[in-house]
Design a protein around this ligand. Structure first.
Ligand code: BEZ
Ligand code: FE
Length: 322
């Protein structure tokens, strides 16, 4: 019988073209990708012109990206993809209380921020804004304080720009690395963060316009919290006073990450700040994270075994945890 190019038999032909040296994982992932791309194309009856527009869009993502701009992450974020991947990656939970929730890292993380002693300010240059004293404790899920935890924090200036986007800010302005003391305590001075638009003069912005959406993120501080033997935490805290908290352009706000900056207490006023945030962090152990990963791997292994038996991606990805 002549091959049809528009139905599942064609999709099966493409998936079935993978050779015996393809690993089970690649067979599962690429088979599923081909299946979804073909289903999407059939469902929407994509024409050659529409496909070419899509190809051009993908090419532009690469062309506009450089070491200061990652359009691939921006486009993922507009689709909610980074938030979805982050949440799937960090489904750790566990019996003895929850660890602090994660959030996306976004495209503006830089490693190697200056190490400061507790209490120091991450503001290298006055860029305006309101000062805040942020302090708290890092513990494990049993409440035991963790010493020697590294906390990297970063946020934008009130003009909405991270230092690497802004020629008027010194390198690593509004970024810093702190270490918890023997009681698990940390503290630092920063700006009360402000909301800002994600870059929208490229493909990510085109997508936002096509979907009649705004580019704004609620005011937030990013954190990367690490300690040997513990699952690294990448997260953000969101200022509850910001309207975009319920309307984030990149879908990264979780209720547990919305915090109250309060007027400075007497203790905070000694540091000449207007606001204060008390924020404790709870880490999972690496073993807890590894156990969660093992459960996930078992589900995926079942799919790979089913694929090896039937070769049917459709069956394999529709069964299991979806
Ligand atoms: C950020 O929070 O830094 C960010 C996240 C997603 C897209 C753009 C920026
Ligand atoms: Fe940010």
């Amino acid at each position: 019988m002549e091959q049809s190019f528009t139905d599942q038999s064609f999709t099966d032909l493409v998936i079935g073209a993978m050779g015996p040296k393809t690993t089970p994982k690649m067979r599962r992932i690429l088979g599923s990708l081909i299946q979804h791309i073909h289903d999407f194309t059939r469902e929407n009856h994509i024409t050659v012109d529409e496909w070419l527009a899509g190809v051009e869009f993908i090419n532009r993502i690469g062309q506009i990206s450089d070491d200061k701009r990652d359009e691939g992450i921006l486009v993922s974020d507009v689709f909610g993809l980074e938030s979805l991947v982050d949440s799937l990656t960090n489904q750790i939970g566990g019996a003895a209380g929850q660890s602090t929730e994660t959030a996306i890292i976004g495209p503006f993380y830089r490693s190697g921020s200056p190490r400061y002693p507790n209490g120091a300010s991450i503001i290298q240059k006055d860029v305006g804004g309101e000062l805040a004293w942020v302090h708290g404790r890092v513990t494990d899920k049993q409440g035991k304080p963790l010493a020697g935890v590294e906390l990297e924090v970063w946020h934008t200036a009130p003009n909405g720009l991270y230092e690497q986007q802004d020629p008027d800010q010194p390198e690593y302005n509004l970024r810093g690395t702190f270490t918890t003391d023997e009681n698990g305590k940390y503290d630092y001075i920063c700006l009360r963060p402000t909301s800002y638009p994600i870059p929208y003069d490229g493909p990510a912005g085109d997508l936002l316009r096509l979907m009649d959406r705004h580019p704004n993120r609620p005011s937030h501080i990013h954190w990367r919290v690490t300690k040997q033997g513990y699952h690294s935490l990448i997260t953000q805290i969101y200022d509850s006073r910001d309207d975009y908290v319920t309307n984030d352009a990149v879908f990264a706000v979780k209720d547990g990450l919305v915090v109250e900056f309060t007027d400075a207490s007497d203790e905070a006023k000694k540091r000449n700040v207007q606001f204060e945030l008390a924020y404790d962090i709870t880490l999972s152990t690496s073993d807890e994270a590894a156990a969660a990963l093992k459960r996930r791997d078992e589900i995926l292994l079942k799919k790979e075994q089913e694929l090896a038996k039937t070769g049917q991606v459709q069956t394999a990805y529709r069964n299991g945890s979806h």
